[in-house]
Design a protein around this ligand. Structure first.
Ligand code: MRU
Length: 326
């Protein structure tokens, strides 16, 4: 199921807010609609918002010029702050020398498909031959425009004959796990069980979880990793129970400009997403940062990075951006 696509004089997208009950396809015909779709999580997941933003720049070029074009592309780039893929994709499209922005957006989209397939292959190798895997949030096909990252690893392992069952954290407050990951795993035929976020610890304690694998929104040079709120807690629980904790992410999710997770901007969303009573004060960070030392390995399209991450990520930075094929 495609999550974003070029649609003539608009950018098409699957409205992820309607899943799993309804499959709703929409068109963003203005830059404001592109920005709104990203902000409201109609389009979400780090690589998917990058690709969508890239198509958004091509749309902006059809509609605006001069200062208005600059303002439009800046608004897309800043629609959400944590996932670095969005800024990466917008900057890359704008840097295209011949200004064929649509061609560059399509190239980013095509590369993501190849990258995801490779992440799936490397990830499948590190997962156990049989057992229970836990995941948090949604890092599947609709979050990337390809096969996903964390879910690519799980689905590739399943297709390769590994006998895996997945515990899916519901992922409050917007329920990406309950709505999207459950939907995608069931579509792929992978046995899975939904749990509340609060049940993660007891599940690890009593159900023999063999590995955790999650996606990422931004990874610093030392391996500190921003992902959906709650991921940090899951990593602490995994360390406590001696369970390997993997992050799966493409090179485009690494921010080589920042030394540690302290420099990653954390999006704070409306208190209305979590409060029951309208006037209750509420703090609603959408992401947290898992320290690199809690991460067993980072599954990329180039292989699985291991500590010391400073060295492994410095090496990753030197890899040319090339079109990969599995
Ligand atoms: O707020 P969201 O739903 O966009 O957050 C998404 C995540 O945290 C994902 O785990 C991450 O973007 C990886 S998607 C392959």
């Amino acid at each position: 199921m495609e999550s974003v696509w070029h649609d003539g004089d608009a950018v098409g997208y699957l409205d992820q807010r309607a899943l799993p009950q309804r499959v709703v396809r929409e068109r963003a015909g203005t830059v404001e609609e592109v920005v709104d779709a990203i902000r409201t999580l109609a389009v979400r997941g780090a690589p998917a918002i990058g690709i969508f933003g890239a198509y958004g720049v091509a749309l902006a070029a059809q509609l605006h010029s001069g200062a208005a074009f600059d303002a439009a592309t800046a608004s897309i780039r800043e629609a959400r702050p944590t996932a670095v893929n969005l800024a990466y994709a917008v900057d890359r499209v704008l840097a295209r020398a011949d200004h064929d922005y649509l061609a560059e957006a399509k190239a980013i989209h095509a590369e993501q498909r190849d990258v995801d397939a490779r992440i799936g292959r490397f990830g499948a190798e590190v997962l156990p031959r049989k057992g229970n895997v836990m995941t948090h949030c949604n890092a599947g096909p609709i979050a990337t425009g390809g096969e996903g990252t964390a879910l690519a690893a799980i689905i590739a392992a399943h297709r390769a004959g590994k006998s895996l069952h997945v515990y899916v954290d519901e992922t409050r407050p917007l329920l990406q796990g309950a709505r999207l990951t459950m939907f995608e795993l069931r579509e792929a035929g992978v046995p899975c069980t939904l749990i509340t976020d609060s049940a993660a610890a007891v599940t690890m304690q009593r159900k023999k979880v063999d590995a955790v694998v999650v996606g990422a929104d931004r990874i610093a040079r030392n391996g500190d990793t921003a992902n959906k709120i709650g991921t940090y807690g899951v990593a602490i629980m995994a360390a406590h129970h001696g369970i390997p904790f993997y992050v799966a992410a493409p090179r485009t999710t690494f921010d080589f400009a920042i030394a540690s997770g302290m420099d990653i901007p954390i999006e704070e969303r409306s208190p209305d997403e979590i409060r029951i009573t309208p006037d209750d004060p509420a703090y609603n960070p959408a992401f947290d940062v898992t320290p690199g030392r809690l991460i067993t390995g980072i599954i990329t399209e180039y292989g699985v990075l291991q500590a010391p991450y400073e060295d492994a990520i410095a090496d990753l930075e030197t890899r040319a951006r090339i079109v990969l094929s599995v």
